[in-house]
Write a protein that binds this ligand. Structure first.
Ligand SMILES: CC(C)(COP(=O)(O)OP(=O)(O)OC[C@H]1O[C@@H](n2cnc3c(N)ncnc32)[C@H](O)[C@@H]1OP(=O)(O)O)[C@@H](O)C(=O)NCCC(=O)NCCS
Length: 154
Protein backbone atom coordinates (compact mmCIF):
# COMPACT_ATOMS: atom_id res chain seq x y z
CA UNK A 1 0.00 0.00 0.00
CA UNK A 2 1.46 3.38 -0.96
CA UNK A 3 1.65 6.51 1.17
CA UNK A 4 -1.46 8.04 -0.40
CA UNK A 5 -3.60 4.95 0.20
CA UNK A 6 -2.38 4.61 3.80
CA UNK A 7 -2.96 8.29 4.54
CA UNK A 8 -6.39 8.17 2.93
CA UNK A 9 -7.28 5.10 5.00
CA UNK A 10 -6.18 6.94 8.16
CA UNK A 11 -8.45 9.91 7.43
CA UNK A 12 -11.34 7.61 6.49
CA UNK A 13 -11.05 5.69 9.80
CA UNK A 14 -11.09 8.82 11.97
CA UNK A 15 -14.06 9.03 14.31
CA UNK A 16 -16.15 12.19 14.89
CA UNK A 17 -14.41 12.78 18.24
CA UNK A 18 -11.23 13.45 16.25
CA UNK A 19 -12.58 14.97 13.04
CA UNK A 20 -14.69 17.56 14.88
CA UNK A 21 -11.55 19.43 15.96
CA UNK A 22 -9.14 18.31 13.23
CA UNK A 23 -10.59 17.88 9.72
CA UNK A 24 -12.61 20.83 8.42
CA UNK A 25 -13.99 18.84 5.46
CA UNK A 26 -14.75 15.34 6.72
CA UNK A 27 -14.75 13.09 4.74
CA UNK A 28 -11.55 14.65 3.48
CA UNK A 29 -11.17 15.43 -0.22
CA UNK A 30 -8.61 12.88 -1.53
CA UNK A 31 -7.21 15.55 -3.87
CA UNK A 32 -6.05 17.46 -0.81
CA UNK A 33 -3.98 14.45 0.29
CA UNK A 34 -2.58 13.97 -3.22
CA UNK A 35 -1.55 17.63 -3.35
CA UNK A 36 -0.10 17.43 0.16
CA UNK A 37 2.13 14.46 -0.71
CA UNK A 38 3.19 16.14 -3.95
CA UNK A 39 4.17 19.13 -1.80
CA UNK A 40 6.34 16.87 0.35
CA UNK A 41 8.09 15.54 -2.75
CA UNK A 42 8.66 19.12 -3.96
CA UNK A 43 10.01 20.30 -0.58
CA UNK A 44 6.96 22.46 0.05
CA UNK A 45 5.43 20.52 2.94
CA UNK A 46 6.42 18.48 5.98
CA UNK A 47 4.46 15.30 6.68
CA UNK A 48 4.86 12.70 9.43
CA UNK A 49 2.68 9.61 9.48
CA UNK A 50 2.85 7.60 12.67
CA UNK A 51 2.78 3.93 11.71
CA UNK A 52 1.54 1.07 13.89
CA UNK A 53 3.47 -2.24 13.76
CA UNK A 54 1.04 -3.51 11.11
CA UNK A 55 1.89 -0.53 8.89
CA UNK A 56 -1.40 1.32 9.36
CA UNK A 57 -1.04 5.06 9.87
CA UNK A 58 -2.52 5.99 13.26
CA UNK A 59 -1.45 9.64 13.46
CA UNK A 60 -0.51 12.42 11.07
CA UNK A 61 1.23 15.76 11.53
CA UNK A 62 1.95 18.19 8.75
CA UNK A 63 3.16 21.70 8.06
CA UNK A 64 2.18 23.43 4.86
CA UNK A 65 2.99 25.67 3.02
CA UNK A 66 6.66 26.07 3.91
CA UNK A 67 7.65 29.01 1.72
CA UNK A 68 4.51 30.47 0.16
CA UNK A 69 2.73 32.09 3.11
CA UNK A 70 2.74 31.37 6.84
CA UNK A 71 3.33 27.66 7.54
CA UNK A 72 0.31 26.01 9.20
CA UNK A 73 0.69 22.94 11.43
CA UNK A 74 -2.00 20.29 11.80
CA UNK A 75 -1.97 17.12 13.89
CA UNK A 76 -4.38 14.28 14.65
CA UNK A 77 -4.21 10.90 16.35
CA UNK A 78 -6.70 8.03 16.18
CA UNK A 79 -9.22 8.30 19.02
CA UNK A 80 -8.19 5.04 20.72
CA UNK A 81 -4.57 6.29 21.02
CA UNK A 82 -5.26 9.77 22.33
CA UNK A 83 -3.43 10.67 25.53
CA UNK A 84 -0.57 8.16 25.13
CA UNK A 85 2.17 10.65 24.28
CA UNK A 86 2.07 10.05 20.53
CA UNK A 87 0.99 13.60 19.77
CA UNK A 88 4.05 14.90 21.62
CA UNK A 89 6.24 12.48 19.67
CA UNK A 90 4.85 13.71 16.35
CA UNK A 91 5.19 17.35 17.42
CA UNK A 92 8.83 16.82 18.38
CA UNK A 93 9.71 15.33 14.97
CA UNK A 94 7.70 17.87 12.98
CA UNK A 95 9.04 20.93 14.79
CA UNK A 96 12.61 19.62 14.58
CA UNK A 97 12.19 19.66 10.79
CA UNK A 98 10.75 23.19 10.94
CA UNK A 99 13.75 24.34 12.97
CA UNK A 100 16.19 22.56 10.65
CA UNK A 101 14.65 24.58 7.80
CA UNK A 102 14.91 27.75 9.95
CA UNK A 103 11.23 28.54 9.45
CA UNK A 104 10.86 31.85 11.32
CA UNK A 105 7.30 31.06 12.41
CA UNK A 106 4.89 28.12 12.51
CA UNK A 107 1.19 28.84 12.99
CA UNK A 108 -1.92 26.84 13.85
CA UNK A 109 -5.48 27.24 14.97
CA UNK A 110 -7.03 25.26 17.78
CA UNK A 111 -10.63 25.05 18.95
CA UNK A 112 -10.82 26.84 22.30
CA UNK A 113 -12.44 23.89 24.07
CA UNK A 114 -9.68 21.49 22.89
CA UNK A 115 -7.72 21.71 26.13
CA UNK A 116 -5.46 18.72 25.48
CA UNK A 117 -4.27 20.16 22.17
CA UNK A 118 -3.84 23.64 23.68
CA UNK A 119 -1.73 22.20 26.47
CA UNK A 120 0.39 20.30 23.96
CA UNK A 121 0.95 23.40 21.84
CA UNK A 122 1.85 25.56 24.84
CA UNK A 123 4.38 22.92 25.85
CA UNK A 124 6.00 23.20 22.44
CA UNK A 125 6.31 26.97 22.55
CA UNK A 126 3.17 28.11 20.74
CA UNK A 127 1.64 31.36 21.99
CA UNK A 128 -1.96 32.46 21.41
CA UNK A 129 -2.05 35.64 19.31
CA UNK A 130 -5.76 36.04 18.66
CA UNK A 131 -9.01 34.38 17.68
CA UNK A 132 -9.77 32.31 14.58
CA UNK A 133 -12.65 30.46 12.98
CA UNK A 134 -12.84 26.67 12.58
CA UNK A 135 -16.56 25.81 12.54
CA UNK A 136 -17.69 29.33 13.39
CA UNK A 137 -16.16 32.78 13.99
CA UNK A 138 -14.28 33.02 17.28
CA UNK A 139 -14.48 29.33 18.19
CA UNK A 140 -10.69 28.94 17.94
CA UNK A 141 -7.38 30.47 18.89
CA UNK A 142 -4.69 31.46 16.42
CA UNK A 143 -1.26 30.44 17.79
CA UNK A 144 2.30 31.05 16.66
CA UNK A 145 5.64 29.52 17.51
CA UNK A 146 8.66 31.63 16.61
CA UNK A 147 12.07 30.18 15.85
CA UNK A 148 14.22 30.40 18.97
CA UNK A 149 11.18 30.95 21.21
CA UNK A 150 11.11 29.27 24.60
CA UNK A 151 9.07 26.09 25.09
CA UNK A 152 7.90 25.30 28.62
CA UNK A 153 9.04 21.71 28.07
CA UNK A 154 9.73 19.24 25.28
C1 LIG B 1 -4.38 16.90 20.13
C2 LIG B 1 -3.70 15.56 19.94
C3 LIG B 1 -2.93 15.55 18.63
C4 LIG B 1 -2.69 15.39 21.08
O1 LIG B 1 -2.07 14.15 20.94
P1 LIG B 1 -2.08 13.10 22.15
O2 LIG B 1 -1.24 11.95 21.74
O3 LIG B 1 -3.47 12.84 22.57
O4 LIG B 1 -1.38 13.95 23.27
P2 LIG B 1 -0.15 13.55 24.14
O5 LIG B 1 -0.55 12.44 25.02
O6 LIG B 1 1.10 13.39 23.35
O7 LIG B 1 0.06 14.92 24.86
C5 LIG B 1 -0.90 15.61 25.56
C6 LIG B 1 -0.25 15.94 26.84
O8 LIG B 1 1.10 16.28 26.59
C7 LIG B 1 1.52 17.25 27.47
N1 LIG B 1 2.59 18.02 26.87
C8 LIG B 1 2.64 19.33 26.61
N2 LIG B 1 3.80 19.64 26.09
C9 LIG B 1 4.48 18.52 26.01
C10 LIG B 1 5.78 18.22 25.55
N3 LIG B 1 6.58 19.19 25.08
N4 LIG B 1 6.18 16.94 25.60
C11 LIG B 1 5.39 15.99 26.07
N5 LIG B 1 4.14 16.21 26.53
C12 LIG B 1 3.71 17.48 26.50
C13 LIG B 1 0.33 18.03 27.75
O9 LIG B 1 0.43 18.52 29.04
C14 LIG B 1 -0.81 17.06 27.59
O10 LIG B 1 -1.16 16.59 28.83
P3 LIG B 1 -2.65 16.77 29.36
O11 LIG B 1 -3.55 16.14 28.34
O12 LIG B 1 -2.57 16.01 30.60
O13 LIG B 1 -2.87 18.21 29.55
C15 LIG B 1 -4.70 14.38 19.99
O14 LIG B 1 -5.32 14.34 21.23
C16 LIG B 1 -5.75 14.42 18.88
O15 LIG B 1 -5.50 13.98 17.78
N6 LIG B 1 -6.95 14.93 19.21
C17 LIG B 1 -8.06 14.96 18.24
C18 LIG B 1 -7.73 15.78 17.01
C19 LIG B 1 -7.29 17.15 17.41
O16 LIG B 1 -7.88 17.80 18.24
N7 LIG B 1 -6.21 17.63 16.75
C20 LIG B 1 -5.67 18.95 17.00
C21 LIG B 1 -6.39 19.95 16.19
S1 LIG B 1 -5.85 21.61 16.60
Amino acid sequence: MGDLARLKAFYERLTPAVTETFVPDSPIDPDRLTNHLAGVTDGEAISYGLAAPDGLIVGHAFVQPLWDGPPVLGIGIEERLIGCGLGAELMRATLADCDALSLPVVTLTVVKTNLRARSLYLGFGFVARGEAAFRRPGDSLYMERRLGGQASNG
